[in-house]
Design a protein around this ligand. Structure first.
Ligand code: PEP
Ligand code: MG
Length: 899
């Protein structure tokens, strides 16, 4: 029989799929003997049943009742009993951490009798009514759907009457009034009384947490983080402990190292006389953890001891939530902590140095996306001037954008292409869409563990929080900092590494990591920054273990040289279209407009030496390494002037009674003749080579002659010819014959044997499906996954991303654009099929990928698994691909981590 409920003592960290991260790690802490308030976890499986059927699985109520009975027995207290009742928290906890995205309900079990029992003595009265107030508020909003603002209005009006700034200053009598008014609000809004039966409270709270999996903000977050929608959340039900029982109590969050920089040493925030939710929401300003040491050294020391044990046990940065109740420390949660890219590299390096993990394990713990982030520019301190404000450096990086003051405006402006900085007093989960849309998040309240900080860090967004010099006026859409007032739309620069905010756009400088790669990626100098050493060590390891080779997409000598410095071992795609642009357009026009073969040949003859020079320079920059030159791909009319412009010119001339320029008339006729409804599916790629006489021959001759030139200069050129958009082996065969004829001619004429492998791109489904036949004429395959995605899905690649991808992402058709991250199921399957059939027909066939996916951290692992020989990507992505290729090689390798 399926079980849906597990006691904390029954689980462990390896059961996160079933118990969620929170449940599994609570169980792990129980196993380790740490002080965890007792409780049980309802599985993700139960949630999935609920989400699918709209009802909890049969038997769940009975299981919960049995576990609750055991909990009550062990505690010697019952839920709802009048004297000193047992109270429970009900929290979400999915497989992957989704901070603040789902619901939590505290103080379950209170009602009008139990609250009196909880109060017991006059000293506890305020605490008891505050707890009841929290329950009615949380239950009212989360379970019964009452608008949170209505409760806030009641609170604010009572605070106003008493001239106090927050509820911490209200006394028990005020709170009794507030609870009564809250209950009236509930009744008014829902037509239902607030449920006083604790068992009903528990049951409904559990179902509400299940349901919160599909809350709008949770769905947005999952999309952003690529968390599958079908997982569901577990629910933990735990005995309440109270951080709001006076000045000897409190709640906090702590990290075993600084999650922002990776610096060693315990790090955290503490909020005296508060419950955990107050810390994470950022609604009250927390103080550094040191404050706990001053107030309660014994609890502080105990906490530090637990943090050390947790880090030793998990062998990684952990973050925790804890509560001190009248001098007793309780651990409420732990998990492997989210961290910035810089901290990820730093911590991995430290743990290797400390002998805790192997270098291979360190490599597994970083990723290409983080490395890419470290390569972004930083602000130039010299050009920055005086900051407008300082705050907590919560998530590093440099971002420039216009100030906006709410999530909707951030989303609206970002959709219109603007870069925005979301400015809020603090953020709540409702601000998530705006945070996703913004370049940076700036708040005037909250610390490194506030909602803004945690979420921004998880997303890799720049964040400065707690900039308390800012007075943020959300309604007025402005903030002031000292004498300066900043209105919505003003450009701001936000430095999340140093916690600084500037008005205007501050100039940027390269990152040190980028400079390291630009300098060739050799061993760092003695005085190099630590982040450079950390990166270097892991890049070296990645290079040592990876099987995939990394080449670059480069079509100029400068790009080729940069790619080489960044570690590329050749060019996987040299697009040749730029060789037909600029001042060369005139020859291209002449070629297209030529009335006869002689005219066309003359134009091509003009282009040939120019292309030869280009090829020679690129071959020189990549001397000794393969350079894959792709024959011209785009439709020819792209090289002609715009049709509308031409038509206007001709019409104007005609209207004013002048004879139009005959060249304009000829061009207009040509453009009109060549106009296509779907140019991407028209006369392009190999098709042009087959119908425009002399084009392939000219390109190949230019390349072959460049090879000869390089050989004569003592170089080791390794050119390859690549044919685009092949769908049938016959197309390739015809082009190949021409290529070989020209290579033979150049060899004969020069006396230098020019050997040039001839291969094809696989970028049409038909090519993939007939790969076995195509391989007979191809020395290599290179997967053009941009076109292969376009043609497999039938998506016009230039149109769809702006037109309807946001809706598709929203509706969950896919969780990442297939143009960014390879669609493994469809496009990937074609790649696998083509590799298998191609290699079966031609053993040892070289295979690579040169679409954008070759440099995508989320796709490189797939190409490794598919058995490709190399990935090719833009020069700046080369380090990312090297790192990911190393990580892919380690996947599934056990024992490489010695400990
Ligand atoms: C591709 O289609 O993946 C490719 C690399 O070619 P292009 O993007 O130039 O069409
Ligand atoms: Mg293509």
């Amino acid at each position: 029989m399926v079980r849906y409920v597990y006691d904390f003592a029954e689980g462990g960290r390896d059961r996160a799929d079933l118990l969620g991260g929170k449940g599994a790690n609570l169980a792990e802490m129980v196993r380790m003997g740490l002080p965890v308030p007792p409780g049980f976890t309802i599985t993700t499986e139960a949630c999935r049943v609920f989400l699918e059927t709209g009802a909890p699985p049969p038997g769940l109520d009975g299981e919960i009742a049995a576990h609750l009975a055991r909990l009550e027995q062990a505690a010697g207290r019952r839920l709802g009993q009048v004297d000193d009742p047992l109270l429970l928290s009900v929290r979400s906890g999915a497989r992957y951490s989704m901070p603040g995205m789902m619901e939590t309900i505290l103080d379950i079990g209170l009602n009008e009798y139990a609250v009196l029992g909880l109060a017991k003595s006059p000293a506890r009265e305020r605490f008891a009514w505050d707890s009841y107030r929290r329950l009615v508020q949380m239950f009212g909003t989360t379970v019964m759907g009452v608008d949170e603002a209505l409760f806030e209005d009641v609170l604010r009006s009572v605070e106003h009457q008493h001239h106090v700034v927050d509820e911490a200053h209200l006394d028990a009598c005020d709170l009794i009034r507030i609870v009564e008014t809250f209950k009236d609000v509930v009744k008014e809004q829902t037509g239902e009384d607030f449920p006083e039966d604790p068992h009903e409270q528990l049951r409904r709270a559990v179902l509400a947490v299940f349901g919160s999996w599909n809350a709008e903000r949770a769905r947005v977050y999952r999309r952003r983080e690529h968390i599958p929608d079908g997982l569901g959340t577990a629910v933990t039900v735990q005995t309440m402990v109270f951080g709001n029982r006076g000045e000897d109590s409190g709640s906090g969050v702590a990290f075993t190292r600084d999650p922002s920089t990776g610096a060693p040493g315990v790090y955290g925030d503490y909020l005296p006389n508060a419950q955990g939710e107050d810390v994470v929401s950022g609604t009250r300003d927390a103080v550094p953890l040191e404050e706990l040491r001053r107030r309660d050294p014994a609890s502080y020391d105990e906490l530090c001891g637990h943090l050390r044990r947790l880090e030793e046990h998990y062998r990684d940065l952990c973050d925790i939530e804890f509560t001190v109740e009248r001098g007793t420390l309780w651990m409420l949660q732990t998990r492997i902590g989210k961290r910035t890219a810089q901290a990820a590299f730093a911590i991995a390096g430290q743990l290797v140095d400390e002998g805790v993990i192997s270098v291979d394990e360190a490599l597994r713990r970083v990723d290409g996306e983080g490395l890419a982030r470290l390569m972004f520019p930083r602000f130039d301190a010299a050009g920055a001037g005086e900051p407008l404000a300082r705050g907590v450096a919560a998530s590093p990086g440099a971002a420039v954008g216009v100030a906006v003051f709410d999530s909707a405006e951030a989303v609206r402006r970002a959709a219109a292409g603007e870069h925005v900085v979301l400015v809020r007093p603090e953020t709540t989960p409702d601000d998530l869409p705006g945070m996703v849309a913004a370049q940076a998040v700036l708040t005037s309240r909250g610390g490194k563990t506030s909602h803004a900080a945690v979420v921004a860090r998880g997303m890799g967004k720049v964040c400065v929080c707690g900039a308390d010099a800012l007075a943020v006026d959300v309604r007025g859409r402005r903030f002031s900092a000292g004498d300066v007032t900043v209105e919505e739309g003003t450009v701001l620069s936000v430095d999340g590494s140093d916690g600084l905010v500037y008005e205007g756009a501050v100039p940027l400088v390269d990152s040190v990591v980028m400079r390291y790669f630009e300098d060739g990626g050799g061993p760092p100098a003695e005085d190099a920054e630590q982040v450079v050493r950390d990166v270097h060590r892991l890049m070296e390891r990645a290079d040592a273990v990876r099987r995939l080779e990394v080449r670059a997409n480069a079509d100029t000598p400068e790009d080729a040289a940069r790619a080489r410095r960044f570690g590329a071992r050749g060019i996987g795609l040299c697009r040749t279209e730029h060789m037909f642009l600029g001042e060369r357009r005139a020859y291209v026009e002449a070629m297209i407009l030529a009335a006869d073969d002689a005219g066309r040949d003359a134009a091509l003859a003009e282009l040939l030496p120019l292309q030869r020079r280009d090829f020679a320079a690129i071959l020189e920059a990549m001397d000794g390494l393969p350079v894959t030159v792709r024959l011209l791909d785009p439709p020819l009319h792209e090289f002609l002037p715009d049709r509308t412009e031409l038509a206007v010119r001709v019409a104007r001339a005609e209207a004013s009674g002048r004879e139009p320029d005959p060249r304009d008339t000829a061009l207009l006729a040509a453009v009109t003749r060549m106009r296509e409804e779907n140019p991407m599916l028209g006369l392009r790629g190999v098709r042009i080579g087959l119908v425009v006489p002399g084009l392939v021959a000219t390109q190949v001759r230019a390349l072959a002659e460049a090879v000869v030139e390089r050989v004569r200069a003592g170089g080791a050129p390794r050119a390859q010819v690549m044919v685009p958009l092949v769908g049938s082996v016959t197309e390739l065969h015809l082009v190949r014959e021409e290529v070989e004829r020209v290579l033979a001619e150049v060899s004969r004429a020069s006396g230098v044997a020019v050997e040039c492998p001839v291969g094809t791109m696989i970028e049409l489904p038909r090519a993939a499906l007939t790969a076995g036949r195509i391989a007979r004429d191809a020395d290599f395959f290179s997967f053009g996954t941009n076109d292969l995605t376009q043609t497999t899905w039938g998506f016009s690649r230039d149109d769809v991303e702006a037109a309807f991808f946001p809706a598709y992402l929203d509706k969950g058709v896919f969780d990442a654009s297939p143009f960014e991250t390879l669609d493994r199921e469809g496009v990937g399957r074609l790649v696998e099929l083509a590799v298998a059939e191609g290699r079966a027909a031609r053993p040892g066939l070289e295979t690579g990928v040169c679409g954008e996916h070759g440099g995508d951290p989320g796709s490189v692992g797939f190409f490794h698994d598919a058995g490709l020989d190399y990935v090719s990507c833009s020069p700046f992505r080369v380090p990312v691909a090297r790192l990911e290729a190393g990580r892919a090689a380690l996947r599934g390798v056990s024992g490489s981590d010695a400990r």
